[in-house]
Ligand binder design. Structure first.
Ligand code: KG4
Ligand code: ZN
Length: 334
C-alpha cells in the first residue's frame, strides 16, 4: 500500500500544501501573499489573515491535483516552528483539526530541518548528500551552519548574532528603492554590475558566527553620503551597488563555510533556504574544488510544503508522531 503524506507550511508569508506518495512529490502548491509588497516587508497580522483565506483552497487543490481522496492520506505533517506565531497558528490548528476529522496521525516538523532535508525529496537534485554533512540554512529569518550527522541528529555550530542573510538583502534593497523581497532583484541586477566598484567592510566575528548589522549600516551610510554629492547616484549606480553588495555577502558566507569545513573535516556542504538560489553564491561555491556542494532545485529553496511533507514521511517511517496538545512555536531550535 502506498503511503500518502499531506504537508502544510505556513511559517511566514507563503501558504503551501503538498502531497507526497512514498517520498515522491505529487503536488506542491504555494500561494504567495502579494499584500506585503506595498509595505516593504512581511506584516505579521496581514500574513495570518491571508493564511486563513488561502489554507482551505490550497490544501483542497493539492489533494485533488494529486488525484487522491482525503481519506487516502496516511498522516498530516505541519510546520510547528520557527516562524511568525500568528502564521504558524493557522497551519497548526488547521492540521490538527483535519487530522482529528480524518482520524490519522499528526507529525510536527521543524522548518529549518526541513530546508536541509528537502535534499532527500526524490527530484531535488541528481545526488543525495551522505551523512555527515555541513548544512547551511540561509533564508529571510535565518543564517545557520549546522552539523548534520543523521536525518534528525543536527547541531547548530554557527549562526548570525543579529540580522539574517536574506534580511540583509531585503533591507539593503529597500534602502535603494527595491521592492520586497529585494534578494532576487539584487541577484538579477548584480549580473549587469561591477562587483568591485564599491567596497563594503566585512565584519570580524569570532568562530563560525555571522553578523550582518554592521554591513547594513555601512551600506546605508555610504548610499546616503554618495546621494548627497550626486542626486541620481542610486539610479545611475544601481547595478554596481547591487553587484558590490552581493559580492560582499557572498565573500562573508564563503569565508565562514571554508572555516567550517576546516574545523569539522567534513567535505560535503548542503544548502537550504530562500537565499540558496542566489546565483552569486552558487557560482562561488561551485567554482571551488575543496568540498562537494549540494544546492536544492529552485522550487525547494524558498518556503514550500513538499519539504515539510518529506520530513513528515521520514518521521512517519519512524512512527514519530506528535499530538494535539503540542502547539506552534515561534522559536524552535533545529
Ligand atoms: O526560505 P525563505 O523563502 O523564507 C524564510 O524562511 O525566510 O527565504 C526568503 C528569503 C528572502 O529574504 C528573499 O529575499 C531571499 O530569500 N531570496 C534571495 C533570492 N531569492 C530569494 N536572496 C538572494 N538572492 C536570491 N536570488
Ligand atoms: Zn524558510
Amino acid at each position: 500500500m502506498p503511503t500518502y503524506i499531506l504537508g502544510i507550511e505556513s511559517s511566514c508569508d507563503d501558504t503551501s500544501a503538498s502531497v507526497l506518495c512514498d517520498g515522491k512529490v505529487l503536488t506542491n502548491l504555494v500561494a504567495n501573499q502579494e499584500i506585503h509588497k506595498s509595505y516593504g516587508g512581511v506584516v505579521p497580522e496581514l500574513a495570518s489573515r491571508a493564511h486563513q483565506q488561502n489554507i482551505i483552497p490550497v490544501v483542497n487543490q493539492a489533494i485533488s491535483l494529486a488525484n487522491i481522496e482525503k481519506n487516502q492520506l496516511n498522516a498530516i505533517a505541519y510546520t510547528r516552528g520557527p516562524g511568525l506565531l500568528g502564521s504558524l497558528l493557522v497551519g497548526s490548528s488547521f492540521s490538527k483539526s483535519l487530522s482529528m476529522g480524518l482520524g490519522i496521525p499528526i507529525i510536527e516538523v521543524n522548518h529549518m530541518q526541513a530546508h536541509l532535508l528537502a535534499h532527500f525529496i526524490e527530484d531535488c537534485g541528481e545526488e543525495k548528500p551522505k551523512f555527515p554533512f555541513i548544512g547551511v540554512t540561509i533564508s529571510g529569518g535565518h543564517t545557520q551552519i549546522v552539523l548534520v550527522k543523521d536525518y534528525f541528529d543536527m547541531k547548530i555550530i554557527g549562526e548570525t548574532l543579529d540580522d539574517a542573510i536574506g534580511e540583509t538583502f531585503d533591507k539593503c534593497g529597500k534602502m535603494i528603492g527595491l521592492p520586497y523581497p529585494a534578494g532576487p532583484v539584487i541577484d538579477k541586477n548584480s549580473k549587469l554590475g561591477d562587483p568591485k566598484k564599491f567596497t563594503f567592510t566585512k565584519p570580524k566575528v569570532a568562530d563560525l558566527n555571522f553578523s550582518f548589522s554592521g554591513l547594513k549600516t555601512g551600506f546605508l551610510r555610504f548610499v546616503e553620503k554618495a546621494s548627497k554629492s550626486k542626486n541620481d547616484f542610486i539610479k545611475s549606480e544601481l547595478n554596481n551597488l547591487c553587484a558590490s553588495l552581493q559580492y560582499t555577502i557572498v565573500e562573508i558566507l564563503f569565508e565562514k563555510i571554508n572555516l567550517a569545513v576546516d574545523k569539522t573535516g567534513i567535505n560535503r556542504v548542503v544548502f537550504g533556504g530562500g537565499v540558496s538560489c542566489n546565483s552569486g553564491i552558487i557560482r562561488k561555491f561551485q567554482d571551488q574544488k575543496n568540498y562537494k556542494t549540494f544546492f536544492p532545485k529552485f522550487e525547494y529553496t524558498t518556503d514550500n510544503a513538499a519539504m515539510i511533507a518529506m520530513v513528515g514521511y521520514l518521521k512517519y517511517l519512524n512512527k514519530d508522531f506528535s499530538n494535539l496538545k503540542k502547539g506552534a512555536k515561534s522559536r524552535y531550535k533545529i
